[in-house]
Design a protein around this ligand. Structure first.
Ligand code: PBG
Length: 322
């Protein structure tokens, strides 16, 4: 037998493997999610997310500075307010926790891109992503509050607005409001395809945003649906989204690939809290090699078609790739 094709020829050592490698990661691929809380000198580790913290603004600035110096160039900020109410007013208050965090980071850290997550669930006492009436999350009245939130984030200095609330029409509502206020240059990174996922559990511990009744299946997507993902992405694209996101990432690689093939837009993917927690937990137990699994999952997400990856590993990855 004479074998003509021998794929192993190109796998013989690391130099040749590097030569033919199709997908590689750089620190520029990553966005680092961070949680801002009230107080001073607060650096409270999130139990289910080892290595991630609720940070008061002074500590947040230090974290961003340190991450920046290690090569992280983009962060996405979430606010964890002390006070919550039914209308989520802390979400669009001029001196809300997120607005103050954005201002501080933009003032103190040079050359860092600040993305503002746009949702109400961290600010409502019922934990839902919009206004609630008779147990229903209202769509159109919520849009107005999301638009106000986006403008307040832009006024605070946010470079990109990232709406994650899954109300219908959220991109056009936010786009119009930003344009009306002179922020037509601010891009929207839409959580276009966001599934109602159990993988958000640890985030909800971090942001104290677990719904107090029911769940989010009335607005986030059914994990079983792929065609519907294309409809969601199409709508956001038509409404003026600049970047389309799929979330979570690893359980939805097929969706990342489909969005990549269908749209000539930058595609983002969010490796969410539960994905991170699983790797950290198994790593701690010594059941997997955490470092290698981190690399492998992020490579897989990029290979599927993501240009941008939001991940709690961003700082570790920047260090790793330096
Ligand atoms: C806000 C929001 C959530 C996440 C990002 N933005 C929580 C949710 O929808 O319940 C989850 C991120 C993560 O799990 O890492 N709506």
């Amino acid at each position: 037998m004479k074998l003509i094709q021998r794929p192993r020829r190109l796998r013989r050592n690391e130099t040749i493997r590097a030569l033919v490698r199709e997908t590689s990661l750089t620190p520029d691929d990553f966005v680092y999610p961070l949680f801002a809380c009230e107080g001073e000198g607060v650096r409270r580790e999130i139990t289910s997310m080892p290595g991630c913290f609720n940070l008061s603004i002074d500590e947040l600035v230090r974290e961003v500075e340190a991450a920046r110096s290690e090569g992280v160039r983009s962060v996405i900020l979430f606010g964890v307010p002390d006070e919550k109410d039914a209308a989520g007013t802390g979400g669009y208050a001029e001196d809300g926790i997120t607005q103050r965090a954005i201002r501080a980071v933009k003032r103190e850290v040079r050359d860092v891109l600040v993305i503002a997550d746009n949702c109400l669930c961290e600010y409502t006492d019922h934990g839902h992503c919009g206004l609630v009436k008779d147990g229903e999350v209202l769509n159109d009245p919520t849009l107005e509050l999301l638009a106000r939130t986006a403008v307040s984030h832009a006024e605070a200095g946010a470079d990109i607005i990232a709406p994650s609330n899954m109300m219908d029409g959220f991109v056009i509502a936010i786009r119009s409001a930003l344009d009306d206020e002179g922020f037509e240059h601010i891009p929207i990174m839409s959580y276009a395809v966001k599934y109602a996922s159990a993988f958000y559990g640890p985030f909800r511990e971090a942001a104290q945003s677990t719904p107090q009744f029911g769940d989010r299946r009335g607005y986030q997507m059914d994990p079983a649906n792929a065609r519907e993902a294309m409809r969601e992405a199409e709508l956001d694209w038509q409404e003026g989204a600049d970047i389309l996101m799929v979330k979570p990432a690893l359980p939805y690689l097929d969706i990342i690939r489909a969005v990549r093939e269908r749209f000539d837009a930058p595609v983002a993917a969010y490796q969410v809290s539960g994905e991170y927690a699983m790797l950290k937990a198994a790593g701690k137990l010594g059941w997997i090699d955490e470092d290698r699994v981190m690399m492998e999952t992020l490579t897989a997400i990029k290979r599927a078609g993501a240009d941008i990856i939001l991940t709690y590993f961003a700082r570790e990855m920047a260090r790793r790739l330096a």
